[in-house]
Structures are given as C-alpha cells and as structure tokens.
Design a protein around this ligand. Structure first.
Ligand code: AMP
Ligand code: ZN
Length: 464
C-alpha cells in the first residue's frame, strides 16, 4: 500500500494514514436526507467522498464504505424541534414518506452516476435500522447517558466529558450557545434527542420501550456505523456544517456506548457558495445537476470544476466559473484523448510523461490535492503528443473519474432531459407521418442548439 497523508479535523493536522486493519479501510459517510433534489453543494461533498475512496483504492487499499440514506428523523430545525423533513415533503406533495424517499433517492443515485461518483459498498436506509437504533438508545439509558422526558429520550451532554472535542467548543460553550429550550424538561438546553415520542398524527412511528416514536437524526449514523463497521473504524466524512452538532453528537453517543474512541480520522468537505453567498431557495440560487445540464454543461465539467478546488477550501460557484471549467475540461480531454493514435514517445518525452504521472499521484496522496494534480496533468498534456500520454491518463482515470482519455462526443447522458423529451415527441410525430409537427419540433431543437440525425427506425441527437 502506498503512503497517504490526510488532514484530520480532530487533530487539526495532516497525519500519516494508518488504517486499523490494512488492506481494508473502513469508512462512513453521512448520506443525503432524501426529501428534495440534491443541490450542487451537496454533490460537491459526495465528489469529495469519491476523491477519497478512489485515492484509497488506487493506493492499494480495499474500501469498506457505508453511506446512510436519511429517510426519517431529520427535523426542520436544529434543536430537536420542528417537523420531520420527510413528513413535510410528503404532506406538501400529497405522497407517502416512502414515495418521497424512493423518488429522491433514485434521482440522487442518478446524479452520483452522472458525476462518476463510485457507490459505497454498503448503502442503508435509516428506516431499515430502527430496531438497532432502539437498542443503542436503550444501552445509553442503561449507562446513564440517556434520560426520558415527556416528549422523548435525550442525551445528557454534561455526562460526556469530551463533548465538543471535534469543534473545540467546551461544554460550557455548547450550553451557552444553545437556544433557550422550548422543552423545559431537558436537563441542559444543548442536550439532544435520541428518540422522539410521536404525536398521533406523525406519519412515521415505531413501537419502542417508550411508546410509539421515531429516532433522532444523530443516532442513525452512530447506530449504522457500529452495525456495519464495528466499534472502531478508520474514517468518517461529511460536510463542514456537520462538525459542531451532528458529528459532535455522533461522537458523544458512540464513545459513551463503547467507552473508547471510535473514529480515528474525521474528514470534512468545505462548503460550496453560489455567487459568493449561501444557497437559498428565496434567492433562487439552489441549482441541481439537471439545471446545469439544461444550460448545456456536462456533469463531468462540473466534476472538473469541483476537483479544481481543494476539498478544504470554499468553492464559489458562478456560471462564469463553470463555463471556464467546461472549456478547460474540453480542451484537456481533447488534447489527451487525441493521443490514442499518436506515435510512441522518444526516450526523453517518455521519461517526462512518467515523471508527470508520478507527480499527479503524489499530489493526490498528499491530502487529496486534486487542483495540483490537474495542473500537473495539464503539463503532461502539453508535452509532444504521444501514446504514452494517453496510456498514463487512462491509468490515472481511476483517480480522476473524468474520462479524459475518451474522445469528447455527445453522450446520451449529456443531453438535457428537455431536449430528449422534444426529440421523443418528434420521433412519435414522424412515425405517425405528422410532418408538420415533426418539422416544428425539429425547429424547436434547432433553437436549443441540437440537430436530429434520423435513422430508419431510430434517431441520434447531436449538439451543433
Ligand atoms: P443533507 O442532505 O442536508 O444531510 O446534506 C448532505 C450533505 O451535503 C452533507 O454532508 C452536508 O454537509 C453537505 N452540504 C450541505 N450543503 C452544502 C454546501 N453548500 N456545500 C457543500 N456541502 C454541503
Ligand atoms: Zn451522519
């Protein structure tokens, strides 16, 4: 296994990576709450997870990764109040929470696929692990960390002396910072819910020792990581927003239960901003991958855009920035893929290609420095065209997932849904010999920048 270094949020230092039981690396990544489409910020965090998993594999490790799908328990406000996000979405759309979860999960997996994000080995829904969560909460109560109030079971943070070690806030800070509790039965305002008792009209509820109810959001990750990875594991990932509450609470629950440290390496992806600020529905700047595709950008251009900023730096999304990344990506891909049929390099160029390949790998092994790796790849692409460049890029694709060695051709996936839908209608019109409609739809596609190439019983869509 090659030597790797990663930045640990817990120690605030870059550390040599030493897994518990090599060659296996055990890893847990907080997954999406599937009540809505994932936005490009969420997806940036999964691109970061993918950079890490690809790097581990490339270095010779076998990954055992878990990602949860939150389909219950994530409330609309921190502080264990408000409605379950799944329930709110279900009511709004007049669907069951299961239908909501299944719809948005499938869109999420489609997004991962389009971004070439490799799937974790184990993916599990919160609702498939409720009994394990109940057991976890029961044990915390037996150990004296959990206590019951009229509306649920809470974790007493004053009993866990290390509370705040990840965000480096003391218990006093946490207590002072917590909002005044609405629930006056909590021992401390910053105590958090392990289990909530359900009101009659709550859609999702399960039988428990404390009556009908549903799990808190944090307990889900502690339970699932223990169930699938055991009492100690190597890496835990998520976005930086999770450091102060969600991950702090996970540490409190897991370490209180086990009586020892559970996660060795905590890694966090920085946030994506849009036009320099927060993404928010009211500003109309919450974009999805489909929004980018409908504006003519390929998912891999967005992936390139993400890789080009280090995961520990904020990434400001603008359409100008994305357009620049798309141009650079297309140029790099054209330069590299066109080397497939180039002649073999002379000895000096071959050595230069080899050196660049080693430098790309070294950059990535040093805390996932993908921006530096892309820079080194550009240097390689500018060497005299030769087959060695193509071979090196093809091998490096296991790290990059950018298809740089493949010719830039219009793949079905890169064509916006809107365009596909018009093309389908045109195909139907043509079959019905409705030439007027067919011509009108062709003109519509033309306006959107697409041409149709008709076959006998099929068609092809090409970007002009
Ligand atoms: P959620 O579905 O809200 O639990 O979020 C899924 C993941 O996206 C979590 O790991 C969050 O930390 C992350 N996330 C949320 N907003 C952003 C953002 N603007 N930029 C990067 N990551 C984000
Ligand atoms: Zn989590």
């Amino acid at each position: 296994m090659d030597k790797l270094r990663f930045y640990n949020t817990l120690s605030r230092k870059k550390e040599d990576f030493a897994p518990i039981a090599p060659p296996t690396v055990t890893m847990y990544s907080c997954g999406p709450t599937v009540y809505n489409y994932a936005h490009i910020g969420n997806l940036r965090t999964y691109v970061f997870m993918d950079e890490l998993r690809r790097t581990l594999k490339f270095a010779g490790y076998t990954t055992k990764s878990v990602m949860n799908i939150t389909d219950v328990g994530h409330l609309t406000s921190d502080g264990d109040e408000g409605e379950d996000k799944m329930q709110t979405a279900a009511k709004k759309q007049n669907k069951s929470p299961e239908e909501i979860a299944s719809f948005y999960s499938s869109v999420f997996f489609k997004d991962l696929d389009r971004l070439h994000i490799l799937l974790p080995e184990i993916i599990s829904k919160a609702t498939d692990n409720i009994q394990d969560m109940i057991e976890f909460v029961k044990t915390l109560c037996d150990l004296g960390y959990g206590y019951e109030t009229d509306d649920g079971i809470y974790f007493d943070i004053s009993k866990f002396k290390d509370y705040g070690k990840l965000s480096r806030c003391s218990i006093e800070d946490a207590l002072a910072g917590a909002r005044v509790a609405v629930n006056t039965q909590k021992r401390h305002p910053a105590d958090f819910a392990l289990w909530k008792k359900a009101e009659k009209n709550h859609i999702m509820q399960w039988q428990s020792p404390w009556g009908m109810g549903y799990p808190g959001w944090h307990i889900e990750c502690s339970t699932m990581s223990k169930k699938f990875l055991g009492e100690r594991f190597d890496i835990h990932t998520g976005g930086v927003d999770h450091i102060p509450i969600h991950h702090e609470n996970e540490i409190a629950q897991s370490e209180a239960l086990e009586g020892h440290k559970v996660v060795n390496l905590w890694m966090h992806g920085e946030f994506m901003l849009v036009d320099g600020g927060k993404m928010s529905k009211s500003l109309g700047n919450v974009y999805t991958i489909d929004d980018l595709i409908s504006k003519g950008y390929s998912p891999l251009a967005f992936r390139y855009f993400c890789l080009n900023t280090h995961y520990r730096n904020k990434l400001n999304f603008t359409f100008d920035g994305l357009a620049g990344a798309a141009t650079a990506y297309n140029r790099l891909r054209t330069a590299i893929s066109s080397c497939e049929n180039a002649p073999n390099a002379d000895a000096q160029t071959a050595a230069a290609v080899q050196k660049q390949k080693t430098t790309v790998i070294a950059a990535v092994y040093d805390d996932l420095n993908y921006p530096l790796a892309l820079g080194e790849l550009w240097t390689m692409a500018k060497l005299p065209a030769c087959k060695q460049i193509f071979d090196a890029a093809k091998e490096l694709d296991a790290l990059l997932g950018l298809d740089l060695h493949l010719p830039l051709e219009q793949k079905a996936d890169d064509i916006p849904d809107e365009v596909k839908e018009i093309a389908e209608r045109r195909f139907a019109a043509r079959k019905n010999k409705d030439w007027a409609t067919s011509d009108a739809l062709r003109a519509e596609l033309d306006k959107l920048g697409y041409t149709i190439l008709d076959g006998k019983d099929s068609y092809d869509i090409k970007k002009k």
